[in-house]
Design a protein around this ligand. Sequence first.
Ligand code: PHE
Length: 445
Amino acid sequence: MKIARFSRVGFILAAAGSAVGLGNIWKFPYIAGEYGGGAFVLVYLLTVLLIGFSIMIAEMLIGYMGRRDTVSSFEELAPTKKHLWKFGGFQALAGLCIMIFYSVVIGWIFNYIVTSFTYLPATMQEAENVFGSMLHSDFTTQFTYHTIAFLWITYVLNRGLKGGIEKMNFFLMPALMIILGGMFLYATTLGAFSEALHFMFYPNFSKINGEAFVTAVGHAFFTLSLGMGAIMTYSASLEKDANLVKNAFWVVFLDTAIAIVAGLMLFTFLYQYGSGPAKGPGLVFISLPAAFYEMGIIGNIFAILFFIALAFAGLTSSVSLVEPMVQYFIDRFSWSRLKASVLMGLFFWFFGIFAILSNIDGAKEYLTWGSKNFFDWVDYITAAIMLPLGGLIMAVFVGFIIPKNRVESIMRPQLRWAFDAWYFSLRYITPVAMFVVMLSLMGVL
Ligand code: PHE
């Protein structure tokens, strides 16, 4: 089957569009806040640098060499035990699972874009009430916007790789960077900017426990879109002479830079006008709108622009979360793109309804198990378990299964002296590090 090819810039924008998402702007600031800032940020940055970057290259390589959907690529590249290794490709299912809550959050963002035109909460208390009542009692609003997100994503996927995904990223990614860049520059002029710097970069290790560590490592995978075949699927459409190292560098760089910029900007606003780095997923939905209110009219403009940027980030990631499974059904079962896009869309739309219900009073009691409701379980299982596991599978696959001479013939010319270090990291550093994370996750450490 002939696969459409990305243009050079198109690939970087699409892969960066996948990486830069709700993870960077919604999740990163609040978990950094929850775990006390600096030390957490440090663990996250080290994971990105030491493990994330090398797995990014490995995942790109599997896609680039395999040239097919994730399952077929694994199958084709495994010299023996194909029937076993092809299951590596089913990691792509994690993307659909992530979409279950991802689409719901994009729905919240759509709602906040609309309401920010006319309203911002005057106090933290009011902001909490507004968010809380949407979350706990307003099923209709969440359902409506979740459905709009589903329709948008399905529409773009159906338009295909070039006419849909590449095109959307081509417009939305620059727009997102301009909006965030502008707001960041404004934040640097405020007095609280230095407090934000201190919070993000001064490591206070007393706040770091096992859970913080696992969350930081899991987040590094989540934010780089690693471990579920999104980057792999896009890389199947790379040009023949593409430089994977350069591409990986740009994606990692843009993703990290945007997370830091967004974090510094949000914490500056929260210190200057609000309540400091408040805790929990409500950070951008509760504390931030209240801080924007304090800014006066410019706050309204900022709020609208900020939520638009957040929606753009979420939408460009969403298409990459679903495309691997779409590609799988097109490639292996000769489904039409329309059929594949609609059915995959319906999957996350349907389960998304339960993610909404799991926060709604009267229903949530039936959708909560242990300390987490359905929404939180999906988030936790995908980000903290499935993605790191997928990353591990990819590292081992490239490090041990694909014959070394095949890997070397492509990667040595691109990595030159760093080839051995990269290969060593895939074989030994990543598996050991991931093993430690898995153990601490299971409560063994
Ligand atoms: N990287 C995206 C984010 O930060 C989420 C994502 C994960 C996208 C895995 C694709 C694959 O929001």
